[in-house]
Design a binder for this molecule. Structure first.
Ligand code: ADP
Length: 253
């Protein structure tokens, strides 16, 4: 499918080149003589600054797509371009570099180091990237401030609420200034209040220019994005703006 239903009218400014683009993406799993086509001809582009939700029922291919977008898996065929670079047919070294330099990850289970403070958890990607210590300090404090946790710098994960732990994880995803943040069910472990708080944080960061993809099975979470890709049986069934065509659009604030 090309174009977004309910998108802006033609004319005006020329569109910015996409930060992320996939084309004719197929992924087949071969297990015990059975072949499952988990992705079939998936194609879409993401412009810089978009907030996009990928939604669909269990088994529709969301995790498979996320694995490819996160450079953890490669497509059986098709193309994946990130920040102007073809990264779908990479080797392990290229994929590690792309993950380190261009992507930020937020997981359902936070994945924080339990014996490290909020500061140390957020600092980790900068240590891997060999960023000098003084610059690290500035960036870590800036990222924790961006998620509203400037006063929790020395707290351990166990001393933080679930929502706060997820905000530390979001700060960690941001600290390298990635081209795209990939969030996998980021509110899946949280109560409604913390879910609202995390979605508000993601909105805020998006408003400041971060491109964010949220994978979720929750229609409510998806409706908080600006654009929704609905998957079914390994295909993109719909690519539309949240709230378009009668969907309820709930404002966060
Ligand atoms: P979702 O994340 O939307 O639940 P998945 O991407 O996990 O969907 O799965 C898509 C399809 O691929 C399903 O039919 C699933 O059974 C199959 N599948 C996923 N992972 C594997 C795997 N490692 N081996 C074989 N089949 C798989």
């Amino acid at each position: 499918m090309s174009g977004v239903e309910g998108g802006p009218a033609l004319g005006g400014e020329p569109p910015e080149p996409p930060v992320l683009e996939v084309a004719s993406l197929n992924r087949t799993y071969e297990t015990g003589g059975v072949s499952v086509l988990a992705l079939r001809g998936v194609a879409f582009t993401v412009a810089p600054g978009e907030l996009l939700a990928i939604v669909g029922p269990s088994g529709s291919g969301k995790s498979t797509l996320l694995g490819i977008l996160g450079c953890l898996d490669r497509p059986t065929s098709g193309e994946y371009w990130l920040d102007g670079e073809e990264v779908g047919g990479f080797d392990a070294t290229v994929s590690a570099r792309v993950r380190r330099e261009k992507l930020g990850f937020v997981f359902q289970a936070y994945n924080l180091l339990p014996r490290s403070t909020a500061y140390e958890n957020v600092e980790l990607p900068l240590v891997y990237a060999k960023t000098p210590r003084t610059q690290r300090r500035e960036r870590v404090l800036e990222a924790l401030d961006a998620v509203g946790l400037a006063d929790r710098v020395t707290h351990l994960p166990t001393q933080l609420s679930g929502g706060q732990q997820q905000r530390v994880a979001i700060a960690r995803a941001l600290v390298n200034r990635p081209k795209v943040v990939l969030a996998d069910e980021p509110t899946g472990n949280l109560d409604t209040r913390s879910e609202t708080e995390i979605l508000a944080t993601l909105h805020q960061l998006n408003a400041e220019g971060t491109t964010i993809l949220i994978v979720t099975h929750s229609d409510e979470v998806a409706q908080q994005a600006r654009r929704i890709l609905s998957m079914r049986d390994g295909e993109i069934e719909r690519d539309h703006l949240a709230g378009a065509n009668g969907g309820a659009r709930t404002e966060l604030r």
